[in-house]
Design a protein around this ligand. Structure first.
Ligand SMILES: [Zn+2]
Length: 111
């Protein structure tokens, strides 16, 4: 079974104040996941803090994968590209720059 490729536009998960949507619940769960990936992928140092580690949320054969997600910024499209090296779940996130999870131009790491 081929893994899906998630194409996500972060603005679809934000309300007018730039906060994550709370409804519906599935959207909220996905939004939290993508937000964590953005923080991890846009972190300005190659070695991000362990707290920013993102675990795969997929459950192939109903077993949680939990592999560490790999994320980086595509230099051409500027999308966040992420993938799970174990189950091959993957996706692209656009319109993440300037969101509160964009760590790329921050001098500090406070939320
Ligand atoms: Zn996985």
């Amino acid at each position: 079974m081929a893994a899906d490729t998630w194409i996500s536009d972060m603005t679809h998960f934000l309300d007018q104040n730039g906060n994550l949507v709370k409804e519906p619940k599935e959207a909220r769960v996905l939004a939290d996941y993508f937000a964590a990936i953005i923080v991890m992928a846009s972190y300005p140092e190659p070695d991000y803090p362990p707290a920013y580690r993102v675990s795969c949320r997929r459950r192939p054969q109903r077993k949680p994968c939990r592999e560490e997600i790999v994320g980086f910024i595509d230099p051409e499209s500027d999308d966040v590209v992420w993938l799970c090296p174990k189950c091959n779940d993957r996706g692209f996130i656009s319109n993440w720059r300037g969101t509160i999870w964009d760590m790329s131009e921050r001098g500090d790491v406070e939320q």
